[in-house]
Each structure stands twice: as structure tokens, then as C-alpha cells.
Design a protein around this ligand. Structure first.
Ligand code: AOS
Ligand code: ZN
Ligand code: ZN
Ligand code: ZN
Length: 424
């Protein structure tokens, strides 16, 4: 199932006039519309290979039909998203769920769709068939050195796949921790984990980055060995300049001030990447922007402020990824919504008048400072984001094309309705 450029143009045609009017209006009201559009066009968000099929909770999975049966089909699905929104030009792979049998071919296939390989994700949170030692009591933190070595070797194997695919980063998320007080010696767990990460770090090529993802809870519910940004930053600082903290929006304790965390990590030059999603209660991995869009805007506001202060390139100097799962939605529709939400928050944050904000802060004019942010947040930037897509040959209304061209129906026809994950 592919959507050709001319089809996108045909779908755009009937709504083009209305778009042009809306765009002309916003272009005349904001001072820097062209500059914002150029930034939006450059911005790309990686799609995780695990977000394309049947999602679910730990209780159940319900198949949606037409889901990708292999890595090639996952790449095609992301290619389709990218054709529609022109902002999903990368894939974040998970090993061993998506082992490329022939990396050179996979790389070439991705390139055909304009996709590059973002961060590689290792997996030491579950046991694989035939695996000699179990991760039931952790991986890099494990009390047994052979189990730790197995986890180290796995991560190095993931780096090696990444090298062949042209990726330049490794995300390490560890489920390590403990479920009950007394189960674990915190210091020993930390030190074991650190030495394991050091071994993996040594295997990183020169131009690679390592992202240390933290998470406050789940699957361990008493302690996690990389539990918060402070612990992640400790590891990253001890590891060296190629190691960074990765922020997943769902991995904090309730009401954490994520925008402040982001700001300080950037100040320290230690923010490496992002997992976008949204959450109401925990690591819900809901559609980006569906619960707390203002928080997302405030995070982007700090991201831009911090990156600009350090002269960082918005597009390439941080790893931008979605980390989501889908219980009831069509995953492709959900991802279109998520990418759109990210682009909107980015565009709104680009509207913030930073000179005026700094002035209001200096004068302790609290009301004015708040107004400056809210003014940007309350601007309808949808025509700006749509214009950016249009200029790159994308769809004015990606979700509408997805539905009216019956993508899912065609995928079900091609791939069947049985889920590879559940066999149902
Ligand atoms: C787990 O909660 C983390 O968010 C991981 O980043 C991710 O979901 C996992 O690595 C996917 O396998
Ligand atoms: Zn994550
Ligand atoms: Zn998450
Ligand atoms: Zn998570």
C-alpha cells in the first residue's frame, strides 16, 4: 500500500483554497512565519518499530488487522506516514524484536522511503527463547556476573546492527530494580549497572551517543536502578561525553516539572533524546498531546530556549522519538496524531518572543511573562504546520487521506487480519 505524490496532490486540491486563506492570515499576524516554516520542514521525529502493530496492556491485546508482519512492512508503514506528514523520516529499531536479517537491504529499503535509522533500542527486560540466563532479577544490575555479561554482550550486538544500518545512537532502557524493600543493595546494583554501561560505552563508535533512559516505576515497583533524571545524569556523567540522559514523558512521578528537568539537563549539555507520549497516571504511552498539551508546549519552550542558548541544531542535536502504544486506535492514525501534536507544540514554542520574555523576567513582571507564553500557546498554528507539510509534498490533512483512501482496508487485504503478536 503506497500513496503516490499525485494522489496526495489530488486530495489536497479541494482544501487548498481554505488552507491558503488560513495560512495568509497567520502569516500576516506572526513576525517570523517563514523562519518557523523552515524549522518545521527540517524537524523529524523517529517512529519506533514497536508502535506499528497491535498494542495493548499487560492484560490483553486486541488485533486491529493489517499490521506489519516483518521489518520490511514496518518500514513501509513508516514510509507511508512520512509521505503524508513529511516529518516521520526516521525509524527507531528494537532488537531482538526487529532483527534485520540483511542489514544492507533493510538500509536500502528505508532509504527508498526517505527514512534513516535513529536510536537503536536494546532489550534486557525480557527473556528470549533459548537465552541461557534469565533477567528475572535484573540485567546489568544482576548479582551474577555471567548474567551481567550476557546483557553487556546483547547491547554490543545491538550497536553492531546499528553500525550496519547507519544509526548513531543506542538507547538503553533497563527494567532493573526491585519489587520489595530488602531485595536489593542499592549501591551494589548501581555499581554493577555502571560497570556494565562502561563496557557497552567502550564499544560505541566515535560518532555515537548513548542514551540512558530513566523510569521511576514499572515493571519494578519498589525501586528502579535508573529511577530518575538525577540517577541517569550520574551514570551519564560517569560514563563520559558520549553518554546522555533520555527523557520519556511518561516516566516521572505524578506532576513532576518535566520542563524544568529538560532545561537543567540542556544547561549541563547532558540531554540526549526524547521519548514523546502522553500520560494521565503513569507510563500510559498515550497519544502525544492528548492529555497535557500545555505541558508539551512548555517543554518545547525550554527545549528551544536551552538549545538556542547552546547553539544547538534543533533537528539533529537531540534524538526525537515517539514511544507509544495503542490499545484501541489504529496505530498509524495514532502516530499521525502524535507527530502532528509534536509539530504544533514546536511551532507554538517557536512563536514565543524570547527577548520580551527575558525582559519581563528581569522586571519580575509575572503576569506579562505568563501572558507571553500563553499568547504563543493560544495561537492556532495549524496552518503553519500544514504549510510546512505542503511545501514538502505532504498532505494538508494526513488523517483524512489515510481514511478516505482506505489505507487500513487495503493493508488488511494485503496482510490479513491476524495479528503476528497474538495469533488472533
Ligand atoms: C519502557 O517503559 C521504555 O519507555 C522504553 O523506552 C521502551 O518502551 C522500550 O524500550 C520498548 O521496548
Ligand atoms: Zn521510552
Ligand atoms: Zn513512556
Ligand atoms: Zn516507557
Amino acid at each position: 500500500m503506497e500513496i503516490e505524490k499525485y494522489q496526495i496532490a489530488e486530495y489536497n486540491d479541494p482544501v487548498l483554497n481554505a488552507h491558503q486563506k488560513a495560512f495568509a492570515y497567520i502569516a500576516s499576524t506572526v513576525p517570523n512565519a517563514e523562519a518557523i516554516i523552515e524549522k518545521l520542514r527540517a524537524f523529524q521525529v523517529a517512529i519506533p518499530s514497536w508502535a506499528l502493530g497491535t498494542g495493548g496492556t499487560r492484560f490483553a491485546r486486541f488485533a486491529g488487522g493489517g499490521e506489519p508482519r516483518n521489518l520490511e512492512e514496518k518500514i513501509m508503514d513508516i514510509g507511508l506516514l512520512h509521505a503524508l506528514n513529511r516529518s516521520s523520516g526516521a525509524i527507531s529499531l528494537h532488537i531482538p524484536w526487529d532483527i534485520p536479517s540483511n542489514p544492507a537491504n533493510i538500509r536500502a529499503l528505508a532509504a527508498q522511503y526517505g527514512l534513516s535509522f535513529d536510536a537503536m533500542n536494546s532489550n534486557t527486560f525480557q527473556d528470549q527463547p533459548g537465552q541461557p540466563l534469565s533477567y528475572k532479577y535484573g540485567s546489568l544490575q544482576h548479582t551474577d556476573s555471567a548474567t551481567r555479561q550476557q546483557a553487556i554482550d546483547h547491547n554490543i550486538e545491538v550497536i553492531n546492527y546499528g553500525i550496519e544500518l547507519g544509526s548513531t545512537s543506542l538507547t538503553v532502557w533497563l527494567a532493573d530494580g526491585s519489587c520489595f524493600p530488602g531485595q536489593l543493595n542499592f549501591r551494589k546494583a548501581f555499581q554493577n549497572t555502571l560497570s556494565g554501561l562502561q563496557e557497552i560505552y567502550k564499544a560505541l563508535p566515535e560518532n555515537w551517543k548513548m542514551f540512558v533512559e530513566y523510569k521511576a516505576f514499572e515493571p519494578n515497583f519498589y525501586s528502579t536502578t535508573v529511577g530518575d533524571w538525577g540517577q541517569s545524569l550520574l551514570y551519564a556523567n560517569k560514563l563520559g561525553e558520549k553518554a546522555y540522559t533520555l527523557v520519556d514523558l511518561g516516566h516521572h512521578l505524578p506532576n513532576a516539572n518535566i520542563e524544568q528537568i529538560v532545561s537543567l539537563l540542556l544547561m549541563e549539555g547532558k540531554l540526549g533524546g526524547f521519548h514523546f507520549n502522553d500520560s494521565k497516571y503513569g507510563d500510559d504511552d498515550l497519544t502525544v498531546g492528548s492529555i497535557k498539551p500545555y505541558q508539551l508546549f512548555l517543554i518545547f519552550n525550554e527545549l528551544i530556549d536551552g538549545m538556542d542558548a547552546r547553539g544547538m541544531e534543533h533537528t539533529t542535536d537531540l534524538g526525537w522519538m515517539i514511544d507509544a502504544s495503542h490499545n484501541v486506535k489504529d496505530p498509524l492514525e495514532d502516530l499521525l496524531q502524535s507527530v502532528e501534536a509534536i509539530m504544533l507544540a514546536y511551532a507554538q514554542a517557536l512563536l514565543v518572543d524570547r527577548r520580551q520574555l527575558a525582559e519581563a523576567q528581569k522586571l519580575n513582571d509575572v503576569v506579562r511573562a505568563q501572558e507571553i507564553l500563553q499568547q504563543a500557546y493560544r495561537t492556532d498554528v495549524r496552518p503553519l504546520v500544514a504549510e510546512a507539510r505542503l511545501r514538502d509534498g505532504g498532505a494538508l490533512m494526513p488523517l483524512c487521506i489515510f481514511r478516505s483512501s482506505e489505507v487500513r482496508k487495503n493493508l488488511i487485504r494485503e496482510r490479513g487480519s491476524v495479528s503476528v503478536a497474538t495469533g488472533l
